[in-house]
Design a protein. Structure first.
Length: 95
């Protein structure tokens, strides 16, 4: 922790910036595991009369398990692969 990294706004993909994993109590009172990764990505280039954005957005992505980020370092450029429920099932370096 504490290392610096550069995020270029010209990069069109995801940059891995952190993670969280643990267990939460569901509606039935059972402890359910969770895994989330945090990434930066460019905002949409869509422009209309009522909307315009520039820069990066921070996103939380649900993951199938903590194994998704096990080989990643903070600041890594990554390609994310999703299942049909929009959970990240794999992250690969995009360098």
């Amino acid at each position: 922790m504490g290392e610096e990294f550069l995020v270029q706004t010209s990069y069109p993909g995801y940059v891995f910036v952190g993670w969280a994993a643990g267990r939460f109590k569901n509606d039935r009172g059972e402890l359910t595991p969770y895994a989330n990764m945090f990434v930066l990505s460019p905002v949409s280039s869509f422009v209309s009369e009522d909307y315009e954005a520039f820069g990066l957005k921070a996103e939380k992505k649900k993951c199938l398990s903590p194994d998704v980020w096990k080989d990643l370092e903070i600041g890594s450029r990554v390609r994310l692969f999703f299942d049909d429920r929009q959970r990240v099932v794999m992250a690969a370096l995009d360098e």
